[in-house]
Design a protein around this ligand. Sequence first.
Ligand SMILES: Nc1ncnc2c1ncn2[C@@H]1O[C@H](COP(=O)(O)OP(=O)(O)OP(=O)(O)O)[C@@H](O)[C@H]1O
Ligand SMILES: [Mg+2]
Length: 321
Amino acid sequence: MTSTDRKVNYRPFTFFGGKGGTGKTSCAAAYALALAAQGARTLMVSTDPAHSLADAYGAEIGFEVVKLEENLWGIEIDPEVEAKKYMKGIQEKMLHIVSAAIVDEIKRQIEIAYTSPGAEEAAIFDKFIELMESLGERFDAIVFDTAPTGHTLRLLTLPEILGTWIEHLIEKRKKAMHMMKMAARYDSVLAEKIEEDPILDTLTARRDKFDLARKILTDPERSVFHFVLNAEKLPILETARALELLRNHGIATGGLVVNKILPPEAGPFFEKRREAQEEYLQDIRSRFAGRKILEIPLLDSDIQGREQLIRLSPLFADLDG
Ligand SMILES: Nc1ncnc2c1ncn2[C@@H]1O[C@H](COP(=O)(O)OP(=O)(O)OP(=O)(O)O)[C@@H](O)[C@H]1O
Ligand SMILES: [Mg+2]
């Protein structure tokens, strides 16, 4: 059997992470193409504010899911836009509560939520959960191209951190509602309106969603995180640290994609570089022994469209072992 007809044994959620510029976007796109080619309805998601998925694939991809080809869709999530949408959602919910006192209180709550650290990541996460929920109906597999390591790790460890933060907001909100109820004792209209509390409902719903996301992320049958690196010193060290961190958060890590390996036909001029890469590859093999290690050649040009991706995608059939 050739690598071209090997079926990828994919998980529903696959993440590609790694240091900046190593080739995360290119690898995520090539992998997604491999899944689509074997008939899996695949969605490529970019959570990188730099939005390079469109460049790699060579097509317009925006905030809405767009079909790219048979079995392949793409979407780029912009944290700022998502954060604004989320805020607007809450504001709309509060419209039917007219009392000035409550409007002010709600505004204050939103302010707190949106000046808290992690607000943008939280908004990406909402979107992420929305996509998770669409799995099975529209898609069989979702492939995430993530932002450089630090940012992504923060995002993935968010359900844990945010869980605590939301819990705190819920407590605060409950106290605030209690105060308002006391104030509304002589105002029956107001009292009736604050019976329902959209803010508390939203916060609680959000907490439940984060719990769900955490369950999915820490289930090795459903989620896996592959690292893209180059055969160089710093990416190796960063990968080792990131693997450790994800492990501490209970997130399953998969294979390593060593990208941009100089091919033999690079010629005598690159001989020294090739030797250096070979040494780093040895280091990678011994350091990360037991893990699937995929070697992806450096192509003769940047990856700026489907043509180049298609050349690489069959190599990804081995990534999931
Ligand atoms: N195997 C390869 N052969 C040739 N060029 C490659 C290869 N892999 C990636 N590139 C090129 O290297 C550059 C970086 O790749 P890519 O954008 O995929 O990396 P990234 O890790 O997503 O970067 P960032 O951290 O900026 O998001 C791009 O110009 C891409 O076309
Ligand atoms: Mg990228």
